[in-house]
Design a protein. Sequence first.
Length: 324
Amino acid sequence: MKLRLKHLALGLAAAVGLAATPLWAQQNDKPLRIVVPFATGGAQDVIARYLGAKLTDKLGQPVIIDNKAGAGGIVAADAVAKATDGATVLLATGGAITIAPHLQPKLPYDPVHELVPVALVADTPMTLSVRTESPYRTVADMLRDAKARPGQVTYASTGNGTVSHLTGALLAQASGTNLLHVPYRGAAPAMTDLLGGQVAAIVTSVASIEPMVASGKARVLGTFSRVSLPSMGSAPTIGEATGLPGMEVPVWVGVMAPARMPAASVEKLSAALVEVCNLPETKQRFAQLGAVNTCGGPAALGKVVTEDSQRWAKVIKQGGIKVD
């Protein structure tokens, strides 16, 4: 009898301990690995590390951040698509998921069938900006000049085939103007030439332009966002400034998993991510990075990915855009 009671007590203790363990840890004996398609230090890397720190307690497992920069995110996306450990996910952005398939027909992975959405966590909005000395005071000023001088009004981007490039192309196509695209290798050299007057405007993220605005060196004409952004002062949205539809471009950040990851693991991870995303401190931290927390589960991310892919397919086809 005593032995039976002892076994019962041990069983109850084990059950209580199991109940206190986060469900992810109950189902996974490996640390979660978040693969980031960028080098350390950038906004997306900081977002990943913030999420990782918050998820550690919620999942009951350590979270490892693995930076795999290269080929516009393709290296990282391919690594995650082929992962078989059930504990590797991708900090996903449009470059490798919704843009690359329309520019590179022979990708080493299939973003539609080999990756599944887990959660939507942030938006890193784009802006159309000029240097302070620019004669353009509004978006209309710039487009008016572009119509008067086709192919002579320039805009800088962070590279061929990037969301920066394609957002500028979207504006040109929608407004019926011929803007001259000038690609750079990243935001820093593009900003240097903007401030030096070598290019008329730049399409870049809030995070990139904000320091220049704060120092009085640049001015934001408009934001490619659904609503105006407090951090950008009185700058209107591009939609408000032009009256053109479809100028809301979510430069989304989400988490995606290999399609082979168990559905239960995807569900638990999604719930934990959405919970972290909705924290007031997350909103504050993301705002410091020029990002907006946009929290949603697999359906929300799936909808954004589908709409984004359709948008860029149309822009790329209409503009005959190619990358080397």
